[in-house]
Write a protein that binds this ligand. Structure first.
Ligand code: SF4
Length: 64
């Protein structure tokens, strides 16, 4: 599964980092999302899928 982020939409809420810290991090300056990897599989993919649903800014996208 491939992940993309729209940093312009991100409000730095950090929900994605709490959901899957191996994939998402936050910019130290403004809190916006930083991708640690843009490809995931297995259980991490399920958590990333969950993160796309809970992101309050709809800043995360996934594709197969
Ligand atoms: S959950 Fe959404 S708004 Fe919050 S840091 Fe992650 S991408 Fe940004």
């Amino acid at each position: 599964m491939r992940i993309t982020t729209d940093v312009d939409r991100c409000v730095g809420a950090g929900q994605c980092v709490l959901t899957e810290p191996a994939v998402f991090d936050q910019n130290e300056a403004d809190g916006t999302v930083v991708l640690l990897t843009d490809e995931v599989g297995g259980e991490a993919a399920e958590r990333v899928r969950e993160a796309t649903h809970i992101c309050p800014a709809q800043a995360l996208s996934i594709s197969d």
